[in-house]
Design a protein. Structure first.
Lengths: 306, 262
């Protein structure tokens, strides 16, 4: 470890000791990864999306491998906010790491109720409002593709908390910058992107979809160019920090997102391939900074020359 | 939800990789950490080298392990791109494997045990058969395959002391002619095997578990689902049970058949 590089960043009021967190839904709350590396190394843990009373999620099969990536249609299966507080947040409280809780709902009121419950618990350090899940019939992307709905739900969430409020954006829109501006107008402290790209896969032999829900969200290295482009567009459109994600596997991938304008980054699908991915991305960013003579990782943010 | 056993991501060196039947191979991997701790019915999640744009790991049950040698064997069938790439791995190749993963077979408290393995489903039952035979339990093994050539685990099962092995082939080229459900039903109805464990194609597991549960036998099944992380985080591999959705990777792969909603 080279202590001469400042790795700390501030994501809309959330102090992170390095720019790396986990993409919601790829890391649970970290317990499953505890055998592989100390989650306290992370800049933050972002937990799996949580709703008020829990959801069963979608039918199986829920995933399909696709070129350089995968489709998923988990459908935000979760045990509800009470179970999150009793189980995962209690475990995370034993770790020295900030916690971003990803908040989901079928209605504006449900998002607000989840945040109220988490405010009462007090152990979340920040919220990521999930208005971009493509795998649910109500809430999620149905909200996140409409600027007025985004502004409304973010305003409602904003009224429930003073903690950093991050809004997770869908790439399945014509103009992502417009959605980002709506989130900021609603009071977002930061925006995160991209959620998965809506896609599908077909088995030609059986003439059936590979996912039970037919369509699902594409992630992995395949989406990285789209994610970089959207992070770049959004970082130019809004003044709040951007949490960039989409196909990050290495420290160099992460640096590319920061150069495009991201203040922090999240590792997602790579966690499934290599359970130590997050730790390796952190060290990769540090190694890049040492090699490039960068003393403060914040110097990378928006450093793209074009 | 604490696990008794830690998972490791171990670099495994290929010691051998031989074809043993039609589309069937056994790869022997040197991986002392996994080989010394794997329990019957557990699996490994392997990152196969040379997979190009196929990014995910592949789950494989462990066929047998040699703790002293620090090796374990995986019996695999070529079903797609990943398993096809695996057939070309040479000795000395290295791949990562997370393991040993999952809840394996539970040794029944008393009574004879009937094991039913269909196709490569015979593989994850073998260490369980070894465990039961070593404990002096009455074990009957019904093995089904499409043809005699595909009945690749038969000799290993026959070598187990005290285990009686009943082969069945769909084409009648060896043993019972037809699906292995018939000899399995016969064994269940004999009343000598109050405990059943089955692994194979899902229709087979469904039929055998129904027969077993109707006969008041205990029944365990080893289920397979598409899997991403393999360690319980992603919720890709869920199985419907009377207690809600369970993860095939860590809550299973072995489940009490009476809880499974088929």
């Amino acid at each position: 470890m080279d202590a001469s590089v400042n790795m700390a960043v501030n994501l809309g009021g959330l102090e992170m000791k390095n720019p790396v967190t986990t993409a919601s839904g790829t890391f649970a709350a970290g317990r499953e990864y505890d055998d592989f590396f100390d989650v306290s190394l992370l800049g933050a843990v972002t937990t799996k999306g949580v709703s008020l009373d829990g959801w069963q999620g979608n039918d199986s099969p829920r995933i399909a491998e696709t070129p350089a990536g995968m489709l998923n249609s988990i459908g935000l299966q979760n045990p509800g906010v009470k179970a999150l507080c009793e189980g995962d947040l209690t475990w995370l409280a034993t770790k020295d790491v900030p916690v971003i809780v990803n908040v989901s709902g079928h209605s504006f009121e449900e998002y607000a109720a989840v945040i109220e419950a988490l405010e009462a618990d007090g152990r979340a350090d920040a919220y990521e409002v999930n208005v971009s899940c493509p795998n649910v019939d109500a809430g999620g992307m149905t909200i996140g593709t409409d600027p007025a709905s985004v502004e409304s739900v973010v305003s409602l969430c904003r009224s429930k908390t003073r903690k950093p409020l991050i809004v997770k954006l869908s790439p399945n829109v014509t103009d992502v910058a417009e959605i980002a501006r709506a989130a900021v107008a609603g009071g977002a402290d930061a925006v995160s992107l991209i959620n998965t790209l809506l896609g599908m896969a077909i088995d030609a032999r059986t003439r059936t979809p590979k996912l039970a829900r037919v369509v699902g969200g594409l992630s992995g290295p395949a989406v990285k160019p789209v994610a970089l482009r959207m992070v770049w567009q959004v970082s130019q459109a809004v003044d709040v920090p951007v949490l960039g994600m989409g196909g990050i596997c290495t420290g160099e991938d992460a640096v590319e997102f920061m150069l495009a304008g991201a203040t922090a980054v999240a590792v997602g699908t790579a966690n499934f391939v290599n359970p130590c991915s997050c730790a390796q991305v952190i060290e990769g960013i540090r190694a890049y900074c040492v090699e490039q003579g960068v003393s403060d990782v914040n110097e990378l943010v928006g450093g793209l020359k074009c | 939800m604490s696990r008794a056993q830690s998972l490791i991501d171990e670099a495994c060196t290929v010691k051998g990789n031989v074809q043993v039947g039609p589309g069937l191979y056994i790869v022997t991997l040197c991986a002392p950490g996994i080989a010394r701790t794997v329990q019957p019915g557990q699996f490994v999640h392997m990152l196969v080298p040379g997979m190009e744009a196929h990014v995910l790991r592949r789950p494989f049950s462990v066929y047998q392990a040699d703790a002293a040698a620090g090796t374990f064997d995986v019996l695999y069938q070529v079903v797609g791109f990943g398993t096809d790439v695996m057939t070309r791995l040479e000795p000395g190749a290295v791949m990562q494997a997370i393991g040993p993963i999952g809840t394996g077979w539970q040794v029944p408290e008393e009574g004879g045990v009937l094991l039913v393995g269909g196709g490569v489903g015979a593989a994850p039952l073998f260490m369980f058969a070894q465990q039961l035979a070593a404990a002096g339990r009455d074990v009957k093994v019904v093995l089904g395959a499409q043809t005699k050539d595909a009945l690749v685990t038969y000799d290993d099962y026959c070598a187990l002391e005290g285990a009686s092995v009943v082969p069945a082939t769909d084409d009648g080229s060896f043993g019972h002619a037809g699906f292995c459900t018939a000899p399995a039903q016969e064994a269940i109805e004999s009343g000598s095997y109050p405990n059943v464990a089955v692994c194979g194609p899902e229709p087979l597991m469904k039929i055998v578990s129904r027969l077993a549960l109707d006969a008041q036998c205990s029944c365990q099944v080893s289920l397979e689902r598409r899997m991403a992380c393999g360690i319980g985080a992603c919720l890709s591999c869920v199985v419907d049970t009377v207690e809600g959705k369970k993860r095939a990777c860590v809550d299973g792969p072995v489940f009490d058949a009476s809880l499974v909603v088929w």
